[in-house]
Design a protein. Sequence first.
Lengths: 279, 445
Amino acid sequence: MRNPYLPDIARIEKIIQETAANDVKTFRVTFVDDEVRERFSYRPGQFSEISVFGVGEAPISITSSPTQKGYLEFSVKKMGVLTTALHHSAEGDLIGIRGPYGNWFPVESMEGKNLVFIGGGIGLAPLRSLINYVLDDENRGRFNDVTIIYGARSPGDLVFKWELEKWEKRRDIDFYLTVDKGDAGWSGREGFVPTVLMEVSPSPENAVTITCGPPIMIKFVIQNLLKLGFTPAQIVTTLEMRMKCGVGKCGRCNIGSKYVCKDGPVFTYEELQRMPQEY
Amino acid sequence: MAALKITKMALNSVLALMSERWDVFVPSPSPAPGGPSGFRLFEPRPMPAPGKPGPSERDSSVNRQTCDEDTLWNGTGQGGQKGRDRENHLPEERLPQFLRRVLTVKPLKELFFPRSEPILGYCVDGAFGGNGDGTGVSVFMPEGVLPGKPRVVFGARPCDAASLTVLDRVFADEAYPDDFYISRRKNTIIVGLGCNVPAPTCFCPATGGDPFGTAGLDVLAYDLPALDGDGSSQGHYLMKAVTREGEALLGFLSEAHLGEGPSESDERACMALEERARKAIAAGLPADTQSLGRVLGGIFNHPYWATLHEKCLGCAACTYLCPTCHCFDISEEPDPGASRSGGESPKGGPERPRLTGVRVRNWDSCMFPIFTLHTSGHNPRPTGLERVRQRVMHKFYYFPENFGAVACVGCGRCVKYCPVNLDIREVISHIAALGGTGVAESISA
């Protein structure tokens, strides 16, 4: 019996509070079954359906990198019923995971190129999988310059601060951190991500840019990237959609004939331009 | 056995015999007064005791009066005016009359993709997340979901059978095969019944179908009327095998001496029925849907959608009754009394709460606003315009693009049961006309 809806059981090993308001947490989980742990292989950009039994399921992007062996990480903003229940769980609790689903960032075609990551808020989560994949010692040499522009509404809304520090210290990354509005303790950059992008002004020469964040941010980031001379094919983003099955059957996450769960969530802007504006 | 002819009088015996080996489903009125007809399990009646009048003798006079088209169609005629025999199946002698008239209100898909079905069960110790040591949570297949006994459907219309070949593309895909659906498909033999007199709402030829089409069928039966002057007979069913499984079924019946091979005149009668039906349905067909995608690809932003959706109530009757609509929701059904509280997990303590329940999938509809509503409040299809457009686009553009077939079999249920007469045939013809006028090209450019 092939039941595509049957999740595997995983244990929450660690919960990290990401934001000041505690509305984003990162869950580090391990499959209980060793065999599943071995079998579950994924690529940066894919997602999983997470079960909290008695509550339901939700699609969440995998924020850890496949180079981080033995566990998965999911960063979850407390938004609805499932994510609230997940936020109420504790280390040691068991959840269900099925997947990985969807396509992934076109890693092979990024080799030898300059990579420009542009993230906003919790939108850094899916990018982080690819960033850490690229930064991994075994992979770093396959890619050229790495630029990261990341921002959030306020310093308290920045996620993965524990990791941002490491990225800031690395000399092989151009890292730009910004907040829309700082507070008393903030001595860093202030300004919207699309604005900072224009200040940084990365060259489109031999580059690929990968962006994810609130829809309004993505919209202006894309506008600005086009101004900088990036072609639509050089702009990669990842989409969200209400999903249930995750396997292209339940019928709600389509944009035109493309299912975000199966044909996405990663699309180039060139692909999006060919799709109806219904997302 | 390639073909077998049985008398209609023998239908009940045929179904009863098949019931010994298969679960047999036939089109039936609803057991509830006024409820929708659908496919239900055929239960053979016990033979009447000797000396007492059997049900067929008792009711024969009532039948002829009550089996008019409307009462049959609406599924309310099964008890007659006297209210007798309101059971979950027709009196057997009326079945041929019912079969002749009826496209069931509820589509055949329900036998393969039920309205609601559990897809997994779970059991969680410790109320929240197990015992804290990696044990205490299990997921499993709920019992009784998959059919045990093989099944036969008798009397499916060719459009309904064709709908299964559409659903196959979704549920039996290579990447994520869905054995809930596939196992039911594999253990079901489908005997179709050609449509001698297509209903006014039928338009299967516009979708590539035919009143006597065999797509999805194992056997196709022809309803041969009684010959003139043969008042004692209700006529015959001539059953022709389409697949090897169908041949085996006919062989099984033949061994029980329940029929005979067809004569040459029977073959001629079948051809005459086909010709007459095709001629009848040809009048009033909408434009062919199989090339509609070319137009739809260019009219996403056409003003037509704004007009079209205005009278739609968003009731979703069209999608629930559609034999090819397959959208579903997945929701959690914890067992009563099993509640989980927020906050910390209980660790230890002698009384460990236990949570059990099932996860179910239910038919859902793209006509509902919540279908695509994000948790953030954003909705990519916020109004009827986007939702009606999605339904039309999906059936005639997106589905063909993904699977090479239109997701419509022309059964006409959505035409017949739409409360505001939003007639898909008119929509199809209108869109085809847009293509003809070159509007599509100008819009897409």
